[in-house]
Design a protein around this ligand. Sequence first.
Ligand SMILES: Nc1ncnc2c1ncn2[C@@H]1O[C@H](COP(=O)(O)OP(=O)(O)OP(=O)(O)O)[C@@H](O)[C@H]1O
Ligand SMILES: [Mg+2]
Length: 222
Amino acid sequence: MKNQRLVEPENWESLSSNNAVYLLRSTDGALNIYKPISGERLGRYGIPNVHGEYAKREVAAFRVDEILGFGLVPPTAMIDGPRGRGSLQQFVPSTEARAPWHYEELQRQQMAVLDYIIGNTDRHSGNYRTCLNGRLLATDHGSSFPEKLNHFSSDFLHMYKNKSFDADVMKRLGAVDPDHLRLALEEVGLSRTAIDGALERFYQVRGGGIPDVEVVTHYIVP
Ligand SMILES: Nc1ncnc2c1ncn2[C@@H]1O[C@H](COP(=O)(O)OP(=O)(O)OP(=O)(O)O)[C@@H](O)[C@H]1O
Ligand SMILES: [Mg+2]
């Protein structure tokens, strides 16, 4: 995304009826998902009621995924865009979500770990998709890193409560430097409470897996 200018679309038509979500092209032709903070519809439980808090979470989820090395979340950054400050995420050509068990086991585990650490309360089939090579794609992280959490919502998380993870997932968790993780979230500008929550869940999942937390899901595992 560096040194690229963003090209304004001919019609500013939001991809979402909820928040302002626009498709912007860079001068190199690449497509991006742009969410200006002025278009955030406030009022989500557990997220501070101030514009900019969803955009920070889009970037924070990418940083966590990047540090874990899972490759589920497309590169995401905060920008001063044509409609003001907002998040910019690489657009990934993809098709609709499949039922969770149609993805590879390793990717399902990675998504469960990611959703647990970030405290995701919005991983329904509108917020994950299928890359053209069949891989899982994770999008829309404005409802993560909550300051108050009464339940998670994730189509992946609930399948791995009290289960052990593959060696590859454990190896990646073991390779994370917790100070690096905290610093990355501080750089994004999340509050101390939101960061402490993520770090606590990181230590839990690395130490003993996902505990028996309350999870809303849209699927019953067959
Ligand atoms: N990185 C991406 N690559 C490809 N498509 C994306 C990407 N991010 C979002 N989308 C698509 O854009 C649509 C809207 O994005 P998103 O879900 O992030 O916004 P939202 O504000 O939460 O909207 P809604 O409330 O409708 O879920 C999604 O349905 C998704 O298909
Ligand atoms: Mg969405």
